[in-house]
Design a protein. Structure first.
Lengths: 96, 503
C-alpha cells in the first residue's frame, strides 16, 4: 500500500497526541510535579508505547490504521464526556 | 444499468449494503442504551460507527484527526491550571511570613476575638467510635483528654445529615446556618464550589476578615468574603523519600490516581483492571484501590505545620477557616503521622467482601482509620498549644469538627443499612472552645448544622430545633432517590450519662 508522507506522519502522531492530551489534563489537574520520578516513570513509557502504536498506524494495514484512530477518538470521547453516563446514568461513584 | 461514463451505477441493494455497518453500530448502541444488551456492546457499537466514518474518509482521516487533536492539545495546554515542574517543598516558616503579610493586608477590628474554624473530613464523633474495635476505647479517651486539657466542650453525640462532604459542609455553612433544615430547603446534590456561604457572610457583617485554607476537593474561596485563599495541592507523591514508600509503590499509586481521575469512564474501568493485574496486587498490604487520588492525606503533616505557624500569628479580628482531607481515607498515616504506604479505604464493605469476611475487614479498616485519627489528634494538640500560648487567642473562638462519620460500614443505600451503619456513616466530631461555652462533655443529640449554628446564633435565623433532624440517604426503592431516615442515638446521648473520663 502506498501512503503519502502527510498521511503517515498524521497517523503516527494521533496516538501520541491522544496520550499527551490525557496525561497533560490529569497532571495539570492533580498538580503533580512534572519532573518527579513517579511522573516520569509513567509519562515516559506511556508516550513510548503510544509511539509504537503510532508506527503501526503509520505503516500497517489501512484497516488497522482506521481502528487505531477510531480507538483514540473513542477514548478521548469516553474520558471527556463519559460513555458510562450514556449507558449507565445512575452509576454510583464514591466520593468524599 | 450503466451511466454516461459506462460505469455500472449502484442499485438500491448495493447502496443499502454500504450502510449495513453503521446500521449495526446504531442497533448496538441503541440496544445498550435501553438496557437490552450490556453497555460494553454499546461501546463497541460507537467504536464501529466511528471506524466506519473514518473508513469512508480513509484517504484524509489521519490528517483530519491529527489536526483536530493538535488544536485540542494546544487548547488544553493554554487552559489553566498550568502544571508545576518541580516538587514543592513546604517550609513551615513561610506560614509566619504569610501571617505577617495577612496582618498588613487590611484593617482588623482588634475588639473582635479570633475565630479559628477547622474542618477535618471524615472525623467521626467520639461517641460513635465502635467500642468493640481494639484501640477504640483508647482513642475515645484520648479525645476526651484533649478536650479537657484545652478547656473545650466536646459534643459526644452529634451527627451529619449527609455523608458526602460536598453536601454536608455547604448545608452546614449556608442553609442550616440560617435555620433552614427541611429536606426541601437543603442541598441534596454535591456542590464543590461553595460560593453561597451564609456563615462567612455573617462573620463579615460582624467585622471579620476571612482567610481560607482548603484543598482542591472543595472550593470555599468562591465566596466573595474570602480575603486570603490558600489551596493545598491535591496530590503529589514525589515529596522526598521520607514518606516511607518505594518508587514502585509511588508509581502504582500515581498511575491509579491518574486512572481514577477519569472516572466514570469505560477507559478508566478497563485501565484499572489492567493496572491491578499487571502489578499483581493481591493482598491488602499493597493494594491501590484508587483511593490514593485527589485526597492528599500524605502531605497533611507538612501542610498542617505550616498552617499552624500561620494560625498562631494572625491578628485579632481574623476568621481563619481550614478544611483538611484527614482522617479521610486513604489511611496512610500512622499514629506518629509517618506515612505507612498503605493506600486503602474502608467504604461500602457489602459491595466488596462476602459476608463471612466483612466483620474482619471492618476491624482491619477501623484499626487503620484510628491510627490516622491519632495523628490528627496529635496535630490538633500541637496547634492548640501553639495558639493558646499567644495573647491574641485569650478569648478566641475555636471550633473543630468533622463533616460526616468514618463510612466504614455496609454501604450507602438506605435499604442496606442497620443502626450501626448509620452511626458509622453519620456520627460526626464536634468540639468548641469559647469564653461563652462551659468546658466539658455535651450529650446533646443533634445534627451538626444545628449544633454549629447555635455557636454563632445568627440574628436572622429561627430558634433551635427541638427535635433531632433526620439524615438524608440514597434509596433504591420508591420514587425519590433520597429519603429521610431517623438517626439512632449513640454515644452518651444513648447511654443517658456522661462518659467516664480518664484521669
Amino acid at each position: 500500500m502506498a501512503y503519502s508522507r502527510k498521511e503517515s506522519v498524521a497517523a503516527l502522531a494521533i496516538p501520541v497526541l491522544t496520550t499527551a492530551i490525557l496525561l497533560y489534563r490529569v497532571v495539570a489537574l492533580l498538580q503533580v510535579a512534572l519532573l518527579n520520578r513517579a511522573t516520569l516513570w509513567i509519562a515516559g513509557p506511556a508516550l513510548l508505547g503510544s509511539l509504537c502504536v503510532g508506527v503501526v498506524a503509520a505503516f500497517g494495514p489501512r484497516l488497522l490504521r482506521v481502528a487505531i484512530i477510531a480507538g483514540c477518538v473513542l477514548v478521548l470521547f469516553d474520558t471527556s464526556f463519559s460513555l458510562v453516563d450514556l449507558f449507565l446514568p445512575h452509576a454510583v461513584v464514591s466520593d468524599g | 444499468m450503466a451511466d454516461r461514463s459506462g460505469a455500472e451505477r449502484p442499485n438500491g441493494l448495493t447502496r443499502a449494503r454500504a450502510y449495513i455497518v453503521p446500521a449495526i453500530a446504531v442497533v448496538l448502541a441503541t440496544a445498550a442504551r435501553v438496557g437490552v444488551v450490556l453497555p460494553k456492546w454499546g461501546v463497541l457499537g460507537i467504536f464501529i460507527g466511528i471506524a466506519w466514518v473514518l473508513w469512508r474518509l480513509r484517504e484524509q482521516a489521519a490528517p483530519l484527526v491529527a489536526v483536530f487533536l493538535s488544536v485540542l492539545l494546544i487548547g488544553v495546554i493554554f487552559s489553566p491550571p498550568y502544571p508545576k515542574w518541580l516538587d514543592e517543598v513546604i517550609d513551615t516558616a513561610t506560614g509566619e511570613q504569610l501571617a505577617a503579610g495577612w496582618a498588613k493586608s487590611g484593617g482588623f477590628d482588634q475588639e473582635l476575638p479570633i475565630v479559628l474554624h477547622l474542618v477535618f473530613d471524615e472525623m467521626m464523633a467520639a461517641g460513635a467510635i465502635p467500642q468493640e474495635i481494639p484501640g477504640a476505647v483508647e482513642l475515645r479517651e484520648s479525645l476526651y483528654s484533649l478536650s479537657d486539657a484545652f478547656g473545650m466542650r466536646l459534643f459526644d453525640s452529634v451527627y451529619a445529615r449527609d455523608f458526602f462532604s460536598a453536601i454536608s459542609i455547604p448545608n452546614v455553612l449556608n442553609a442550616e446556618y440560617r435555620g433552614r433544615s427541611a429536606t426541601n430547603e437543603i442541598l441534596l446534590d454535591q456542590q464543590s464550589r461553595v460560593a453561597e456561604n451564609s456563615y462567612f457572610d455573617d462573620l463579615a457583617r460582624r467585622g471579620y476578615r476571612t482567610a481560607v485554607f482548603q484543598t482542591t476537593h472543595m472550593d470555599f474561596c468562591a465566596n466573595e468574603q474570602v480575603a486570603l485563599c490558600e489551596t493545598f495541592d491535591s496530590y503529589d507523591p514525589g515529596i522526598g523519600r521520607e514518606d516511607g514508600t518505594d518508587l514502585r509503590s509511588r508509581v502504582i499509586a500515581l498511575l491509579g490516581t491518574i486512572i481514577r481521575v477519569y472516572e466514570p469512564s469505560y477507559t478508566s474501568s478497563f485501565a484499572s483492571r489492567v493496572l491491578y493485574q499487571a502489578s499483581r496486587i493481591e493482598t491488602g498490604a499493597d493494594v491501590v484501590l484508587g483511593i490514593a487520588d485527589r485526597y492528599d492525606v500524605q502531605r497533611f503533616p507538612h501542610w498542617f505545620d505550616r498552617f499552624s505557624a500561620f494560625a498562631a500569628s494572625v491578628p485579632r479580628g481574623s476568621h481563619v477557616f481550614a478544611h483538611f482531607l484527614v482522617p479521610h481515607a486513604p489511611y496512610l498515616l500512622k499514629e506518629d503521622c509517618r506515612v505507612s504506604g498503605l493506600y486503602d479505604g474502608g467504604y461500602y464493605l457489602a459491595s466488596r467482601f462476602p459476608e463471612s469476611e466483612r466483620e474482619a475487614k471492618r476491624t482491619e479498616y477501623y484499626a487503620a482509620y484510628m491510627e490516622q485519627m491519632h495523628c490528627v489528634r496529635s496535630k490538633i494538640e500541637q496547634l492548640l498549644r501553639e495558639v493558646l500560648a499567644r495573647d491574641a487567642y485569650k478569648d478566641a473562638v475555636i471550633i473543630i469538627h468533622g463533616d460526616h462519620g468514618s463510612r466504614i460500614s455496609t454501604g450507602n443505600v438506605a435499604e442496606d443499612l442497620v443502626d450501626q451503619d448509620l452511626i458509622d456513616n453519620y456520627g460526626t466530631f464536634f468540639a468548641v472552645r469559647s469564653p461563652a461555652v462551659t468546658p466539658g462533655i455535651d450529650c446533646t443529640f443533634a445534627s451538626l448544622g444545628e449544633v454549629f449554628r447555635r455557636q454563632f446564633q445568627p440574628a436572622d435565623g429561627p430558634p433551635a430545633q427541638d427535635h433531632p433532624l433526620p439524615v438524608v440517604i440514597t434509596s433504591r426503592s420508591g420514587e425519590a432517590d433520597r429519603v429521610e431516615v431517623a438517626m439512632p442515638k449513640f454515644g452518651c446521648a444513648a447511654a443517658g450519662v456522661e462518659p467516664a473520663r480518664p484521669h
